[in-house]
Design a protein around this ligand. Structure first.
Ligand code: NAP
Length: 300
């Protein structure tokens, strides 16, 4: 029996654990893959207040270390169901807590092309900082128009010979600072108003087909394709205990409360106006503080 079960060890979940452990609460953190969540893929973080520059991996590792220093640990199991009585069922075990925090973030959006899974790891990647080094002096393409795509293009331009940055609209949605840097980089060619519509190659990816808004198609020879078109939450497994909106995000009230008493949602998995590192850690600390208050009320 735990005080609090946290599902997900990204910045929101680990921050929640940090606050709870500092208040001497008994915490179990469940994580299906690795600690750190999406931020481990960011080559650099420069907009976290008080830290001039840090890699996403270092940020996540520091936070993880803070949790370890307080006696926390992560149990690597996949949650398959959470019941309203705060029973958490994983692929291996069943746990019970007084409170449950859902901090499951979101995962990479797929393009949905027929050969997308075939080429995964064979020229196709969702993480430039993880796989970029395989493309020394090669020609690669990045798809997307947000900060991730802009950052990926910049990172890859230092490794690859040429980088196509392909975006479906005529302007980027990422920050001006990154847009200027991308525009100034000689080996980045920006292609606006285009979608990737086909992938081709024998074993490895060799060619992509892009299509402009008028339906005109063109083939590009590339050895690498980095898909950076945002994230999607995976909350279906919790639909018995939380309300989910049309885009798959958990609907919360008073920031982190779900419709089920004792179950909270924090970070990128919930409906909110801004999904950033700052707002993820904010959610984690708010949920922990609310839980500590509610625990005190319960014990009275
Ligand atoms: P994002 O901001 O949601 O951008 C996704 C991009 O992919 C958009 O440009 C979108 O196009 C495009 N897109 C979506 N579906 C597509 C499809 N099916 N085909 C082609 N293009 C598609 O995602 P993100 O860049 O991963 O960023 C997520 C959040 O993390 C943002 O808040 C971002 O600021 C933040 N972030 C911050 C940093 C940093 O601070 N260092 C780094 C990375 C990310 P449209 O523009 O047409 O919708």
């Amino acid at each position: 029996m735990e005080d609090v079960i946290i599902v997900g060890a990204g910045p929101a979940g680990l921050t929640c654990a940090l606050y709870l452990l500092r208040a001497n609460k008994k915490v179990r953190i469940l994580e299906a893959k690795n600690y750190g969540g999406q931020i481990v893929n960011a080559s650099k973080v420069e907009n976290y207040p008080g830290i001039v520059r840090i890699s996403g991996y270092d940020f996540a590792t520091n936070l993880y270390q803070q949790v370890l220093n307080l006696g926390g640990k992560i149990t690597y199991e996949t949650v398959v169901k959470v019941l309203g009585d705060k029973t958490v069922i994983t692929n291996n075990n069943t746990y019970h807590g007084d409170f449950v925090v859902l901090a499951t973030g979101a995962c990479n959006r797929k393009l949905g092309l027929p050969l997308e899974s075939k080429f995964l790891g064979k020229g196709l990647s969702y993480c430039a900082t993880c796989d970029g080094n395989f493309y020394q002096n090669k020609v690669v393409a990045v798809i997307g128009g947000g900060n991730t795509a802009l950052e990926d293009a910049l990172y890859l331009s230092l490794i690859a010979r040429k980088v196509y940055l392909i975006h479906r609209r005529d302007s980027f949605r990422g920050e001006e600072k990154y847009i200027k840097e991308v525009e100034a980089q000689d080996n980045i060619e920006i292609i606006y108003n285009a979608n990737v519509v086909a992938l081709a190659g024998e074993e490895q990816l060799e060619q992509i087909t892009i299509q402009d808004n008028l339906g005109k198609q063109k083939e590009l020879e590339v050895q690498g394709l980095f898909i950076a078109i945002g994230q999607v939450p995976q909350n279906e497994v919790f639909n018995n205990i939380v309300d989910i909106n049309e885009y798959g995000y958990i609907i919360t009230h008073d920031e982190v409360y779900t419709k089920t008493e004792g179950i909270y949602a924090v970070g990128d998995n919930r409906v909110k106006s801004l999904r950033q590192l700052t707002t993820a850690v904010s959610d984690g600390s708010i949920a922990a503080t609310e839980i500590i208050k509610n625990m005190a009320k319960k014990s009275k």
